[in-house]
Design a protein around this ligand. Structure first.
Ligand SMILES: NC(=O)c1ccc[n+]([C@@H]2O[C@H](COP(=O)([O-])OP(=O)(O)OC[C@H]3O[C@@H](n4cnc5c(N)ncnc54)[C@H](O)[C@@H]3O)[C@@H](O)[C@H]2O)c1
Length: 403
């Protein structure tokens, strides 16, 4: 949806216009949203969701629940700094899910809790936003899909990298403008810093995450699946815990997540995919290369630790038309709200879903497929064998019912 400059959120931010009386506000006037969201999980991602919902003005931050008093306190302090009215603090998950005054629940809890939280959340008739990955095992992921499918409202899974400026623009090049013709291969690379600290350090253990290739990389497998335009069928992978968290101990447990991997994916439509992960890099570099019968697109974002991010897309189309290099970006106040602006646009899309009652995706099938490539890759590394995705699923499961 196009947004007039008059309505730009840039005018509603900061304290520069705090001296104005309400009757003198036009550009700086914030409209009061009609939707109320309850936030379940107030850690790093819960805070990012709150910041973006506030920036987008898409809903009121109506209530928060987190069993950690520190996380809850920190969320309330952040909201105070943003001059957001004090939300309700719920005493339990059940109370958070049951509040009759909320329209949607934003679930940003550790991966291993997604199923147990969904079992409670799905008993209420509210829209649900569930962070990725949907779950930490294949059976749990399928159960989350069944819960979502039988739920009488929208369920969105947090695969928001689709909204990053470079990938949104690459999608438009490949599918709207057909710039490179039929897609033949998709390669992705994520080279970045180690996993960050988390509440209870849950992300250091495969049992809690589902494995690095599920936890982190479902985003990239979602993008690969999207650009490939087909279903992932066969996955081969290699990987190891090469350097990170070798000395790490938490409650006498050693970290077991891998920090480097190479993954190859064969798609049912003949497209081939490759993914490279390295998590001991002093910075962050993401790269997508899509080769088509008539050209090649390379999209990348990168920054050294502490430095500014740089985006670039190179479109090479030979004699088919003008090749070009572009630097797609969003306004800096949107990019700095988290994940280079993708979380902001994810929330605009979620609010549009709620307003129209029509859910535009990512579908449950997308969410399940993105995790399945990760589960298959983890299994491939363990078994040193290629894994057929169909062999991981119950014979009677029809994935199409989740589309
Ligand atoms: N979409 C993305 O780009 C992205 C990025 C980072 C994390 N995530 C996902 O977001 C989720 C949360 O990750 P995080 O980085 O915020 O972790 P975190 O450790 O920073 O925060 C998790 C919070 O959830 C709370 N919590 C634990 N169990 C809970 C329960 N049963 N009910 C309510 N709250 C509970 C914890 O106390 C903590 O405050 C994970 O699923 C993660 O994979 C997504």
């Amino acid at each position: 949806m196009k947004q007039s400059v008059e309505k730009s959120r840039v005018f509603q931010r900061g304290r520069a216009f705090a001296y104005l009386e309400d009757q003198d506000r036009y550009l700086t006037q914030r409209t009061t949203p009609t939707l109320n969201y309850g936030f379940i999980g107030c850690g790093m991602m819960g805070l990012e969701h709150m910041r973006n919902v506030h920036l987008a003005g898409s809903a009121n931050i109506y209530g928060v629940y987190d069993p950690s008093p520190t996380s809850t306190h920190h969320a309330l302090e952040m909201l105070k700094r943003l001059r957001v009215p004090v939300p309700k603090s719920y005493a339990s998950l059940a109370a958070a899910c049951a509040d009759p005054d909320t329209d949607a629940l934003i679930i940003a809890t550790p991966n291993f809790t997604h199923l147990e939280v969904m079992r409670v959340a799905a008993t209420h008739n509210k829209a649900i936003f569930l962070e990725k990955p949907i779950a930490t095992t294949i059976n749990d992921a399928i159960e989350v899909c069944h819960l979502a499918q039988s739920h009488n409202n929208i369920v969105r899974v947090g695969l928001q990298y689709r909204y990053k400026a470079i990938y949104a623009e690459a999608l438009a090049e490949v599918f709207e403008r057909q710039a490179i013709g039929q897609v033949c291969s998709v390669n992705m690379l994520e080279h970045r810093f180690p996993f960050l600290d988390k509440v209870g350090q849950w992300n250091k253990f495969n049992e809690n995450t589902g494995g690095t290739l599920v936890e982190k990389c479902c985003h990239y497998f979602d993008l690969m699946n999207l650009f490939a335009g087909g279903k992932p069928e066969l996955v081969y992978a290699t990987g190891s815990q090469a350097t990170n968290f070798k000395e790490f101990q938490y409650g006498n447990e050693s970290a077991d997540g891998l920090d480097q991997a190479q993954v190859i994916v064969n798609y049912g439509n003949g497209v081939i995919g490759g993914f490279s992960l390295c998590m001991f890099v002093p910075g962050s570099h993401e790269e997508l290369i899509v080769c088509g019968e008539a050209g090649r697109i390379k999209a990348s974002e990168q920054s050294e630790l502490g430095d500014k991010n740089e985006n670039q897309i190179d479109v090479w189309v030979g004699e088919s038309g003008p090749s070009r290099t572009i630097r797609p970006k969003y306004p800096s106040y949107i990019e700095s709200a988290g994940h280079h602006g993708s979380t902001f646009f994810e929330h605009l899309a979620f609010a549009e879903d709620l307003a129209s009652g029509i859910y535009q995706g990512p579908t449950l099938e997308d969410a399940l497929q993105s995790a399945l490539v990760g589960f298959a890759a983890q299994r491939s590394i363990e078994e040193r064998a290629a894994i057929e995705i169909a062999d991981l699923l119950p014979a009677q499961l029809d994935m199409a019912t989740f589309s």
